[in-house]
Ligand binder design. Structure first.
Ligand code: E4P
Length: 216
């Protein structure tokens, strides 16, 4: 399973990259705004900066919601760097645009996926990745992991090539369950990734080894 970090924060991206386990980055307009990135040039420069840090797929989201607008924006984003993946919302014009990008060799990430039906459409259009939002499904009283398992089953039965990029990760257990369910990728903030490191018995065991090492 590939690990992407879900942030536009350059220091967190660097920290995750230095762990040596990072395969890519996802961003969205909310994450970019949170970092104070404002204006078209600043946004494009920020994507360039991320591409310089991480050697892997970097999702950059379009703002347009009409077919021509999505194509125009997506072409500019894709031209920034060979690792840019154009992130397109799960809407009718988005699906049409994903088909066009696929036919023209541009990688895509279909975002805001909340149902198996949406996932099937994204796969049919040839999306490179599709992003089901686990945490937001959980937040609304449904089961995000159930959605991941359902999509993984359908894709295995149908032989769809689109990779399941589990998004909206809230904790380390989400990551573990995604690995079990067969998601090809997770995208997570730094904290749940670092949460995978934690176990009290590791801390207790290490303290004892270090204490005993003094007696060696
Ligand atoms: C990533 O591609 C998504 O935009 C992101 O994971 C959404 O996460 P959130 O639900 O925590 O905002």
């Amino acid at each position: 399973m590939k690990f992407f970090i879900d942030t536009a924060n350059l220091s967190q991206i660097k920290e995750a990259n230095e762990l040596g386990i990072l395969d890519g980055v996802t961003t969205n307009p909310s994450l970019m705004a949170k970092e104070g990135i404002k204006g078209n040039d600043a946004v494009l420069n920020h994507y360039r900066a991320i591409c310089e840090i991480v050697e892997g797929d970097i999702s950059a989201e379009v703002i347009a919601t009409d077919y021509e607008g999505i194509l125009a924006e997506g072409k500019v984003l894709a031209a920034l760097h060979h690792n840019i993946v154009v992130k397109v919302p799960m809407i009718k014009d988005g699906i049409k645009a994903i088909k066009w990008f696929t036919d023209n060799g541009i990688k895509t990430n279909c975002t805001l996926v909340f149902s198996a039906g949406q996932a099937i459409l994204a796969a049919k259009a040839g999306a490179t990745y599709l992003s089901p939002f686990i945490g937001r499904v959980d937040d609304s009283g449904w089961d995000g992991m159930l959605l991941i398992r359902q999509i993984a089953n359908i894709f295995a039965v149908q032989g769809y090539k689109t990779q399941i990029l589990a998004a909206s990760i809230r904790n380390a257990n989400h990551i573990i369950q995604c690995a079990e369910a067969g998601a090809q990728v997770i995208t997570s903030p730094l904290e749940p990734i670092l949460g995978l490191l934690k176990h009290p018995l590791t801390d207790i065991g290490l303290a004892k080894f270090l204490e005993d090492a003094k007696k060696m």
